[in-house]
Design a protein around this ligand. Structure first.
Ligand SMILES: Cc1ncc(COP(=O)(O)O)c(C=O)c1O
Length: 367
């Protein structure tokens, strides 16, 4: 891949658009702030790399004290391992012969953890791992109220843990329970109350499994909105927060979550068809809106009102404001993860100038 690195040193305004800007000072500050908070907790941070899909950023998180990396997809994990990262949790079910072969192959080169919630999947993983003479560490995913994947707490979790323990090639390493239904609860007080209530089932399941003679080493949970709440609960050993590294627009609306938005999209005004309207060169193919429309950074007088494939329409609250084709604006994505998946590069910026260009190495790695 040829990097557009010839631009290094250029002022941001000189970059061609749309360009995904990463404010390196803010990202480093976000990493340092979360790392400092975790130094006070017994739970450790294992950041979710789906948020950045970039080994160089993962290495920065590890250097700040993270114990490993979390991935959503096997393809992401392959990129992270190729990028020199050894300790990787795939916080997802790896299902089907093709993927299981890839997983077992990757396990020869890394310390992998993988989530399961199904007995047949356990058998397939076991057969593949045993045949390849590798040992796979497995977490039982427990549904703590998100109602996505996961077995029910208590008996079903114990039964699956025992199944794993008997399976050749597999080691039962612990539990995972992602409280994704709570990470965006806006009120901090309500979030704390509901995390305490819902995570109790996971904590009780740890005790229940241990009472049946199986040690539960790892208990992994948490997102950015709950990291410092769940990370203080007894028996929780790892937190999988991801978004904290960039802090996207949606997280800016949540009470009690620290950090500044490090990711923006640089765009160019391409048209001013009416005094009260401009059109920019960023649409749905460069920025996502499932969490709401992006905001224009530092411009309360401008409101992005719609996105089509390659256009964004912006309303000017004051029609006398000077803005014309060629002028540049920055958008704050409401959802960083899905936005950056549309881009090839981060344009790493410091003090208003381009410092570096990094490929978004795991973009599109959905398999
Ligand atoms: C299983 C799992 N863990 C952790 C996270 C990280 O959450 P956040 O981006 O809120 O930090 C996610 C996000 O979707 C997730 O699906």
């Amino acid at each position: 891949m040829t990097l557009p690195a010839g631009l290094v040193g250029a002022p941001v305004e000189d970059l061609d658009t749309p360009a995904l800007l990463l404010d390196l000072d803010l990202m480093e500050q976000n990493i340092a702030t979360m790392a400092a908070a975790f130094r006070q907790l017994s739970a450790k941070l294992r950041p979710h790399a789906k948020t950045h899909k970039s080994p160089i950023i993962a290495h920065k998180q590890l250097a700040a004290g993270a114990i490993g990396i979390t991935c959503a997809k096997l393809g992401e994990a392959e990129v992270m391992v190729e990028g020199g990262i050894r300790d990787v949790l795939i916080a997802n079910q790896i299902v089907g012969a093709h993927k299981i072969r890839r997983l077992v192959s990757l396990a020869r080169h890394a310390d992998l953890l993988v989530a399961v919630d199904d007995a047949r999947n356990v058998e397939e993983l076991s057969q593949a791992a045993a045949a390849a003479h590798v040992s796979l560490r497995v977490l039982v995913e427990v549904d703590v109220g998100q109602h996505r994947c996961g077995v029910q707490p208590g008996e079903p979790a114990l039964a699956l843990a025992q199944h794993i323990e008997r399976a050749p090639g597999l080691t039962f390493a612990g539990l995972m329970g992602y409280e994704g239904h709570l990470v965006f609860v806006p009120s901090l007080e309500e979030r704390v109350r509901r995390v305490h209530a819902d995570m109790q089932a996971l904590i009780d399941t740890v005790a229940f499994i241990e009472a049946h003679g199986l040690p539960v080493q790892i208990v992994s949970a948490g997102g950015t909105g709950t990291a410092l709440i769940t990370g203080r609960l007894p028996r929780i050993s790892e937190i999988q927060a991801g978004s904290y590294v960039f802090m996207d627009g949606r997280y800016q609306t949540i009470e009690g979550v620290e950090g500044a938005c490090a990711l923006t999209l640089l765009t160019t005004v391409v048209s001013r068809p009416r005094p009260d309207r401009i059109v920019i060169d960023a649409g749905l193919k460069t920025i996502t809106c499932e969490f709401g429309l992006p905001r224009v950074k530092g411009r309360d007088d401008l409101e992005l009102v719609s996105l089509s494939e390659e256009h964004g329409t912006v309303r000017l609250r004051d029609a006398t404001v000077s803005l014309r084709p060629g002028d540049k604006l920055e958008l704050i994505p409401s959802h960083g993860d899905t936005t950056l998946n549309l881009h090839e590069y981060y344009y790493g910026v410091r003090g208003g100038r381009l410092e570096t260009v990094w490929p978004i190495a795991a973009r599109g790695k959905s398999r």
